[in-house]
Write a protein that binds this ligand. Structure first.
Ligand code: HEC
Length: 193
């Protein structure tokens, strides 16, 4: 009996415990599968697979204009980000001045905006589609997102008022801060904090 109890204490699964109790062979065996859940369907994976790369990979079909974006912005974004993206209760989205020497890391008072900080226009699509509006993330269609991106880029004077954003045009937009970001090739020492 003592040997059986000792085996039971180290047994990891309920079935091994039952086997030990009954005095039968007490080797704990993992089942080959746990039979929890099911395979995700292609449609379910597609819904989650929304990341957009800097070069535009992952952008869906669709299109949007600056004027369409202005209307959507007024309805779904202005309450938090202010008229013309100038900031309200939440982040300012428009502004081209990046302060002296792009000094964001050293000066926390400098305000980062889409126009003065973001290196890739495609990230604006990814982020907006994924995370905005803040209270209903995932509710925008690709067309609405392209339109909002066109509008925000136009407000930042990065694309013209008649710009149309889509799979082909958006990756070609060069952001003002693009060349401010470099590969981190520091090797260590004083430079790395
Ligand atoms: C309920 C308020 C609210 C609404 C409405 C809203 N946002 Fe935001 N937005 C936020 C908050 C809060 C953040 C910062 C989130 C964070 O840092 O995690 C943010 C961040 C952003 C940013 C990133 C700013 C930066 O430079 O880091 C963008 C771009 C943006 N929102 C676009 C939009 C667009 C486009 C819409 C309309 C579809 C929208 N937001 C609607 C609250 C809101």
């Amino acid at each position: 009996m003592k040997a059986v109890m000792a085996t039971a204490l180290i047994a990891v699964s309920a079935s091994a415990f039952a086997l030990a109790q009954s005095g039968a062979r007490a080797t704990a065996r993992q089942p080959s599968r746990l039979d929890i859940g099911r395979a995700a369907t292609a449609a379910e994976i597609k819904k989650l697979d929304i990341d957009v790369m800097p070069d535009g990979r992952g952008l869906p079909a669709g299109r949007g204009t600056v004027a369409e974006g202005a209307a959507i912005y007024a309805a779904k974004c202005r309450s938090c980000h202010g008229a013309n993206g100038e900031g309200g209760s939440f982040d300012r989205l428009v502004g081209r001045d990046s302060g002296p020497n792009f000094n964001f890391a050293m000066d926390p008072k400098l305000v980062k905006t889409v126009g003065n900080y973001w290196p890739y226009a495609t990230t604006l699509y990814d982020y907006t589609y994924r995370a905005m509006p803040f209270m209903q993330p995932g509710s925008l269609s690709p067309d609405e997102t392209y339109a909002l991106v066109a509008y925000l880029l136009a407000l930042n004077k990065i694309v013209p008022e008649d710009a149309v954003m889509d799979q082909a045009s958006l990756p070609k937009v060069v952001m003002p801060a693009r060349d401010k970001f470099v590969m981190d090739n520091r090797k260590g020492g004083k430079l790395v904090k």
